[in-house]
Design a binder for this molecule. Structure first.
Ligand SMILES: [Fe+2]
Ligand SMILES: [Fe+2]
Length: 204
């Protein structure tokens, strides 16, 4: 059964409208994938699904592409404003905002159940096929090369699978990681071929 509540329905409509023109790694589809994983894991672990779902929907509402510093805090502030405007309770708003603020950064410790689930669901987007696509899109949008994208995948995303807080996300991350390793090997085989290096056109 799909979990639903009037506040979640409202927030989904709001987020769909807010992000309708956003393209790239943090678009509406990213948010919806994160949301779906949060509900799936949250149901399994008896998390507060409404708080978790609202945090998932709003977690990247302020997310300029390429600027990574403050977006979790800024998204928390915006979620606070929006949830107040639809009459959500103060206490629950506090939990939603804290969950959003904790989703950023590598391997934060001492997270609440909901914050750990959002962190995991968000980081599943940094492992596997979608992660590869998102990375090349983001690096390209910043004017960086395909090789730079590959390095990001090798150095940053290869570590994610060992950082998960929940068992469900860890298992999914492992599958995705194995695919990513195969992708890296194949891409390295193709681009590191010495016969294809630019200097080989000008032998000394
Ligand atoms: Fe984020
Ligand atoms: Fe995200």
């Amino acid at each position: 059964m799909i979990y639903e509540s009037p506040y979640l329905m409202k927030a989904k409509d709001y987020i769909a409208e807010q992000l309708k023109d956003r393209v790239g790694a943090h678009d509406l589809n990213h948010v919806l994938r994160v949301y779906n994983w949060c509900i799936k894991i949250g149901e399994e672990l008896n998390a507060q699904l409404e708080v978790l779902g609202l945090a998932a929907l709003m977690h990247d509402i302020i997310r300029p592409e390429g600027f990574e510093s403050n977006h979790a805090t800024e998204s928390g502030v915006e979620a606070d404003r929006y949830l107040r405007s639809i009459g959500y309770s103060d206490e629950k708003i506090e939990s939603v905002v804290a969950t959003i603020k904790a989703h950023h950064g590598l391997k934060p410790l001492d997270l609440t159940l909901e914050a750990g689930i959002l962190w995991d669901a968000d980081k599943l987007e940094a492992v596997g096929a979608v992660a590869i696509a998102r990375t090349f899109w983001s690096r390209g949008a910043l004017g960086l090369s395909i090789e730079d994208g590959l390095k990001t995948i090798e150095t940053r995303w290869s570590k994610i699978k060992d950082m998960m807080h929940t068992e469900i996300a860890r298992k999914e991350a492992e599958k995705r990681h194995n695919f990513m390793v195969r992708f890296i090997q194949e891409m390295r085989r193709e681009i590191d071929n010495p016969k294809l290096q630019p200097q080989s056109f000008h032998p000394k």
